[in-house]
Ligand binder design. Structure first.
Ligand code: SF4
Ligand code: SF4
Ligand code: SF4
Ligand code: FES
Length: 583
């Protein structure tokens, strides 16, 4: 908000508070830690004003007002509690429960459900009226998400978020007397599997595919004589603690490894180690492209499958710009089933690789035929951060109580550059640290590239490499990526290198991460990763002992580099169609 905005005072429950022009009553209340019941409000979206639970009275004005979309005005005298407010809230909650079929056992909010809490507070009988939506369909969005429209209260948050993401795949449709949220049947619109609808829905109408049903599957395979190994993504170490009541941004790397081992898993790989490989390959490719007049420049990162799906479906003409380097999850899985398997004399067919990822799009990524290495599938299962937390809870393992173990110095010892992949700007920063050294023979004077850090959706910078200015862009949310694509259509030389992530804030804000989430939480999660980087002795991908050995023993062979570190992309047709309603 601009510094020149007029400020004034309003009263809430008899006390004076400073307000700024443009703020809503809810903004002022939240800033001053005054609780107002709310369901369809999320700071990432415009106010929906649909749940009508944030009711207040304004002295001198007739009726009740919704705090989330009523502007604060000078001298307003507001009450957040009264008999009228309680009665109206009760009725509105009862109406919400006629829309929402409770399926609490497998809901992502089973431990922190707002509507059940509100029902208790407001003495609302949940089953007073019959469920209006009991025959509504369940839609599956590829191998990534489930949308159970029986639970949807049509608040509109996901429609807005899907638009903000850039897919515009969720929309309102008139069904009888109601407008209801539905996936689009338009052949020009498709889901990109980012899962932002999932982390923003206030009533758990979305979940990952198999989110509750399949979490034990990987462990069962251990009992069938398979070698089950786990790998975890860079961002998980600063997010999963929240599932166990730890403060946002708590770093739990050692505890996480210990907890996986408690499940009987001997080998735990840190995907950040493979992120270091991605960095090296990506830095090499960037330098090659910049030196080749015929190559597609700018180069786009490709480690986010949500972004890749966006480009392949919505803007396939830009596919040649995607780096061919595989994502860290796929590189790590591939290396486990080739390099590590050979070293340990295990048949790759007997290895089951389980990823713990920030992401439902990673469930889609492992099914892409382009990632296969011959007939070897690099990764067999993806559990989101939430799913893995659920698995630990089922096995009565409390991450807070687990004693941290030291990471394996080889398979789980990344550099700082590999860890920051989890935050928006991290891939770019890691690749530039290494590219700078490859070009100049020296380290960057300052390894921290603050210009590309932060949770803002769109960052631009010029990085000086020996007198040459490298124009870079970092975006999160495909709608922001689209701004860059539009700019490139006007001026193809506007950028040299662009990092794109589908989720707000990058993977620390991914669709598989703990809920709720907002900018304050994203900042703390990202800071956690930067703190690790700051404390590391080794902060350059090319200095990693794992990487050095790997390039000596395995990646010296060009074929091995090709099959484990690179992939292809192609134009994609619409994959997700709405499930028809029962007649
Ligand atoms: S996963 Fe992303 S693209 Fe798909 S419906 Fe949800 S918000 Fe839209
Ligand atoms: S799915 Fe969730 S976020 Fe979307 S409209 Fe329904 S209740 Fe709201
Ligand atoms: S930004 Fe990260 S969490 Fe989000 S879809 Fe991409 S890879 Fe997954
Ligand atoms: S939070 Fe204000 S109407 Fe829903």
């Amino acid at each position: 908000m601009s510094k020149n905005k007029k400020t004034f005072f309003i009263k809430i429950n008899g006390k004076s508070y400073r307000a700024k022009e443009g703020q809503t009553i809810l903004d002022v209340a939240l800033k001053n830690k005054i609780f107002i019941t709310r369901l369809c409000y999320h700071p990432d979206t415009v106010a929906q004003g649909s749940c009508r639970l944030c009711l207040v009275e304004i002295k001198g004005k007739k009726g009740l007002f919704t705090a989330c979309n009523t502007q604060a005005e000078p001298e307003m005298d507001i009450l957040t509690d009264s008999k009228n407010i309680s009665r109206a809230k009760q009725t509105n909650l009862e109406l919400i429960f006629t829309e929402h079929c409770e399926e609490c056992a497998d809901c992502i909010y089973k431990y922190n459900c707002s509507i059940k809490e509100f029902a208790k507070e407001n003495k609302v009988k949940i089953n007073k009226f019959p469920d209006r939506k009991k025959d509504h369909p369940v839609h599956q969005f590829g191998p990534a998400l489930i949308f159970d429209s029986k639970k949807c209260i049509d608040c509109g948050i996901c429609v807005d978020i899907c638009k903000k993401v850039g897919a515009c795949f969720l929309e309102y449709e008139k069904k009888g007397d109601f407008y209801e949220v539905t996936p689009s049947s338009d052949p020009k619109k498709d889901c990109i599997y980012c899962g932002q609808c999932l982390t923003h829905c206030p009533v758990g109408a979305f979940e990952g595919v198999g989110e509750f049903e399949s979490i034990e599957e990987p462990l069962k395979q251990k009992d069938q004589g398979k070698t089950v190994v786990f790998q975890f993504a860079p961002s998980i170490r600063s997010t999963i603690g929240e599932e166990f009541g730890m403060p946002h941004g708590s770093i739990v790397t050692g505890r996480l490894i210990a907890a996986i081992k408690k499940l009987g898993i001997e080998n735990v790989f840190d995907v950040s180690v493979a992120a270091d490989v991605t960095t090296i390959e990506e830095a090499k490719e960037l330098i090659e492209r910049l030196g080749d007049k015929k190559a597609s420049v700018p180069m786009f990162t490709s480690c986010c499958p949500g972004w890749v799906k966006y480009l392949e479906f919505y803007q396939p003409e830009f596919i040649p710009h995607l780096t061919s380097v595989r994502s860290p999850q796929i590189i790590m899985g591939g290396l486990i089933k080739t390099y590590w398997a050979e070293k340990n004399n295990i048949d790759p067919k007997d290895i089951v690789v389980v990823s713990i990822m920030p992401c439902v799009a990673k469930k889609y990524e492992i099914e892409r035929p382009e990632v296969m290495i011959g007939d070897i599938k690099p990764v067999d299962h993806v559990l989101t951060t939430r799913e893995f937390a659920q698995l630990l809870k089922k096995h009565k393992i409390d991450l807070k109580e687990v004693k941290a173990v030291a990471p394996d110095p080889f398979i789980s010892a990344p550099t700082g550059a590999g860890v920051i992949y989890g935050a928006s700007g991290g891939v770019m920063e890691s690749a530039l640290r290494t590219a700078y050294k490859m070009i100049t023979g020296k380290k960057l004077p300052k390894l921290e590239l603050k210009q590309v850090r932060g949770i803002e959706g769109f960052k631009k910078a010029e990085i000086d490499i020996d007198g040459k200015k490298l124009k870079v862009g970092v975006v999160n949310g495909a709608a922001n990526a689209q701004k860059i694509l539009d700019e490139l259509k006007e001026n193809p030389k506007a950028y040299d290198y662009v990092e794109m992530m589908a989720c707000f804030g990058g993977c620390i804000g991914g669709g598989g991460q703990p809920v709720p989430v907002n900018d304050e939480i994203r900042k703390k999660r990202a800071q956690g990763l930067y703190n690790i980087d700051n404390r590391k002795n080794i902060r350059m991908a090319d200095e990693s002992p794992f990487v050095k050995t790997l390039y000596k023993e395995f990646l010296a062979d060009h074929d091995n580099v090709h099959k484990t570190c690179h992939t292809t992309f192609s134009k994609k047709e619409k994959e997700v169609h709405p499930t028809p309603y029962k007649k």
